[in-house]
Design a protein around this ligand. Structure first.
Ligand code: PHE
Length: 340
């Protein structure tokens, strides 16, 4: 009997070293330890035939053999598990492979556009100032010479956030705020968000970016405005872009003009990009109205100035052939990464 136990334990140990997968291991386990018909139970069945005095010793040995068998099976199970891990590692990872370069973020195309604008202004000695997006009716309208009954004040166009408090509809309120903060002469760039109650479509957004240029000094004329804006458009669009001033009307400038830049695609002849006009509208400009200078505490008899307001999205669209203003805020990586 002892021999049979030892032989069985040795055999299981040897076979456990050979099993190649979980299924073979299970088969081996059932064939040896299975309650019905397992090889160990078969050997133990002989127990009853032994003389009484040998039974205790046999029981001890049987337990030993069983423990040895279980250890062999457990050893095999671990070997298989380790091998499985090794295999999956080998399949998925090659630790000798060159690491991929980390993904770097980049400036959004609107920020890049603003940086180009800012460096132009900086190179001409302008200070860059920022103003509040939540503005009072006074700075947004009254100080800008827009009377209370003017349609631009209509709730259709303006987001009110409280009594006489609104989201600024343009960066122009910073003209008066800056004049009040700094004595003349002044030369500033004011970039920032502006808000309008417009329905969202390919060309309109209810929040977009503008930048305001303002220069006030003794003897500043419309010629200075034309020269500055023409240079700016050349810097932004290329040396052969032409700039055009059309008579227009703003309450806060006199005279006023609408600034156009020649279409880069058709060079002024008219095409689909410019809707046949040959020119693209960039924004408004003009000589600062005496009312505005006075609101800023500057004497209009001594000082004159020019101001203009351009849309940053507009510039980015024209420069990069972007045909939908919504793309700027949707944050689709396929769009954003084109300008990375
Ligand atoms: N504030 C005007 C607008 O938003 C643009 C402008 C600025 C016009 C300065 C003239 C002078 O349309």
């Amino acid at each position: 009997m002892d021999d049979k136990l030892a032989a069985l334990a040795a055999e299981v140990e040897a076979r456990a070293q050979q099993v190649r997968d979980e299924r073979e291991l299970d088969e081996l386990r059932t064939s040896v330890l299975g309650r019905k018909g397992g090889r160990l139970s078969q050997v133990l069945a002989g127990l009853g035939k032994l003389p009484k005095e040998e039974r205790a010793e046999f029981g001890r040995r049987a337990n030993e053999a069983k423990a040895r068998i279980e250890a062999s099976l457990e050893h095999a199970r671990r070997r298989l598990a380790d091998a499985a891990v090794e295999q999956s590692l080998a399949r998925r990872y090659d630790v000798t492979f060159d690491a991929l370069p980390p993904h770097r973020g980049s400036l959004h195309i609107l920020r890049q556009t603003l940086e180009d604008v800012a460096s132009f202004f900086r190179s001409r000695g302008f200070a860059i100032v920022m103003g509040p997006e939540v503005e009072t009716e006074y700075y947004n309208f009254e100080a800008m010479n827009i009377p209370a009954d003017h349609p631009a004040r209509d709730a259709m166009d303006t987001f009110y956030v409280g009594p006489r408090t609104l989201l600024r509809t343009h960066t122009s309120p910073m003209q008066v705020r800056s004049m009040l903060a700094y004595p003349p002469p002044i030369a500033i760039l004011v970039p920032g968000k502006v808000y309008r109650r417009d329905a969202l479509d390919a060309r309109h957004a209810f929040v977009f970016h503008q930048f305001e240029g303002l220069q006030v000094d003794r003897g500043v004329t419309f010629a200075h405005l034309k020269g500055f804006v023409t240079d700016l458009c050349r810097a932004l669009y290329g040396e052969d872009r032409r700039t055009r001033f059309r008579p227009s009307y703003f309450q806060f400038t006199e005279p006023s003009a609408e600034v156009d830049v020649s279409c880069a695609v058709c060079e002024g002849r008219g095409c689909r990009t410019c809707g046949g006009a040959g020119w693209l509208e960039m924004g408004g400009a003009g000589m600062v109205h005496p009312h505005v200078l006075r609101a800023g505490g500057y004497d209009p008899e001594t000082y004159t100035g020019w101001a203009f307001g351009l849309g940053i999205e507009r510039i980015a669209m024209v420069r990069n052939g972007i045909d939908d203003i919504r793309l700027f805020t949707e944050n689709d990586p396929a769009f954003v990464e084109q300008f990375a």
